[in-house]
Ligand binder design. Structure first.
Ligand code: GLU
Length: 472
């Protein structure tokens, strides 16, 4: 069986947006599923709009997503000699020619074609002139105008194009730079690409590319054109629908696996399963299940999937993605075991890593600042004695485990004749500063004996110093 070779060829004219990431993902998953190869190529022939910063941002986004490549990144700007060689082949075989028509002449032709009821196109004026290379000549491809070109699309089915619709398009501009249609074909041929999955905004380029393949005597790859990603108003996804770049989602506290899971489902399905881990996607992904209708980008769904992935991630894996958020807040992040323990108490209640960070702040504070409402409600004079007692019992515990802690609680409840809630809530505020938090036993387990005692003592001092008492 032949090795499947796919590619992702972004143009570095901006960040990697979610639509592009989905295209990369489909190609990557298919290559991984088929045990093939995935090649990365930076299409930077548009020298004016391409920047190194964009190329770097795209690479960084792919790396963060975990989309790794087997070859590349190749840069088209470094491959001009190869394009030249292929253009020469086309010139030599009569499939391309130099054209020196001026902009005005071409404008005239287009107008005339439209006036005759056709599409605006070049009329082939220089095709038989056998012109040589001159200062501002362009190279045009001599399209076949007879018959039809059939795009056998693995997603959309067969699409037929009348060849009369194609004009002799430019393959090398007057400055010597090859155009997209030429470069993409030469690259795909020389890199051995046999499967092209890309956005359906490229459908109309495909018959041109197929004709170049034919002129070069090479079999075109299998094509699959994926419907675009739309915003919730069904227009093409753009900034006004919210964040577009992969890095924006990273910075908002999304996990790469959640974003990938969400993106794959925007165009591919496996029954009605929504949640996938990456290994499972690699196992299940085939081109058969890519849908024909456009995916609608739904921020809420992505958020809820992110929560599911945070829940499902192993704490030791999550730490790596979480640490930058902690660092941003100046928090000590070296003790990864401590971080893992914290995650275990918060991963079912955090939809993003930012929420996780906010929920975890109290773990890192030596001085807890009490939320006013929580303190008012729970640091009542009646709570002072039970808290003091609890502190004493905990201090006396030798082994700081769940059974001994429960025992300490029981003793306080019995001697003060109070229910669990009457001691648990003040304790929660003492430990976290808040009225809502993970379970207090979990928290005590993470904080450890010394921190629990220290926080209890500080709460007692705070309560005693509150004059008049907070709730008098
Ligand atoms: N550089 C093109 C783009 O970003 C690649 C199109 C293709 O896959 O052929 O749209």
């Amino acid at each position: 069986m032949k090795t499947i070779i796919t590619r992702f060829p972004p143009s570095p004219t901006g960040y990697l947006h979610v639509g592009g990431a989905r295209t990369a993902l489909f190609n990557w998953l298919y290559a991984r599923h088929m045990k093939g190869k995935f090649i990365l190529r930076i299409e930077d022939t548009d020298l004016e709009r391409s920047t190194k910063a964009s190329a770097d941002a795209i690479l960084e986004s792919l790396e963060w997503l975990g989309i790794d490549w087997d070859e590349g990144p190749y840069f088209q700007s470094e491959r001009f000699d190869i394009y030249k060689e292929y253009v020469q082949k086309l010139l030599d075989s009569g499939n391309a020619y130099y054209c020196t028509c001026t902009a005005e002449e071409i404008e005239e032709m287009r107008k005339k074609a439209m006036a005759d009821g056709g599409k605006p196109k070049y009329n082939g004026k220089c095709r038989n002139k056998k012109l040589g290379k001159t200062g501002n000549a362009v190279v045009r491809f001599a399209s076949t105008s007879a018959g039809t070109t059939v795009l056998k699309d693995v997603i959309k089915g067969n699409i037929q194009f009348k060849n009369t619709e194609l004009d002799d398009f430019i393959i090398v501009r007057s400055d010597g730079v090859p155009t997209y249609n030429l470069a993409v074909v030469v690259d795909d041929i020389t890199m051995g690409i046999n499967t092209v999955i890309r956005g359906d905004d490229h459908v109309n380029n495909t018959p041109r590319q197929i004709q170049i393949y034919k002129a070069l005597g090479v079999e075109p790859p299998a094509y699959g054109h994926v419907p675009m990603v739309l915003g919730n108003d069904r227009s093409r996804l753009s900034k006004r629908h919210g964040a577009m770049s992969v890095t924006a989602y990273r910075d908002m506290g999304y996990l790469p696996d959640a974003l990938l899971n969400y993106l794959v489902r925007l165009g591919w399905s496996y029954g009605d399963q929504e949640f996938f881990l990456i290994d499972e996607l690699i196992e299940k992904f085939t081109l058969d299940n890519i849908g024909r209708s456009a995916g609608i980008f739904d921020q809420e769904k992505l958020l809820s999937l992110n929560a599911d992935h945070i829940k499902a991630s192993r704490p030791n894996k999550l730490v790596k993605y979480w640490q930058p958020f902690l660092k941003e807040r100046g928090l000590d992040t070296d003790d990864t075991l401590y971080l893992e323990k914290i995650i275990e108490t918060l991963n079912t209640r955090s939809k993003t890593l930012i929420e996780l960070t906010e929920g975890a702040l109290f773990y890192f504070q030596d001085e807890i600042s009490y939320e006013e409402k929580a303190a008012k409600k729970n640091f009542k004079p009646a709570a002072l004695k039970p808290l003091k007692l609890l502190c004493a019992h905990i201090e006396a515990i030798e082994e700081f485990n769940e059974a001994n802690l429960e025992d300490a609680f029981k003793k306080v409840m019995q001697s003060c004749e109070i229910k669990f809630g009457k001691i648990a809530q003040p304790l929660r505020v003492a430990l976290t500063g808040k009225a809502v938090s993970p379970g207090i036993f979990e928290i005590m387990h993470v904080l450890g004996k010394d921190a629990v005692i220290s926080r209890l003592k500080k709460a007692v001092i705070f309560m005693e110093a509150s004059t008049p008492p907070l709730s008098a």
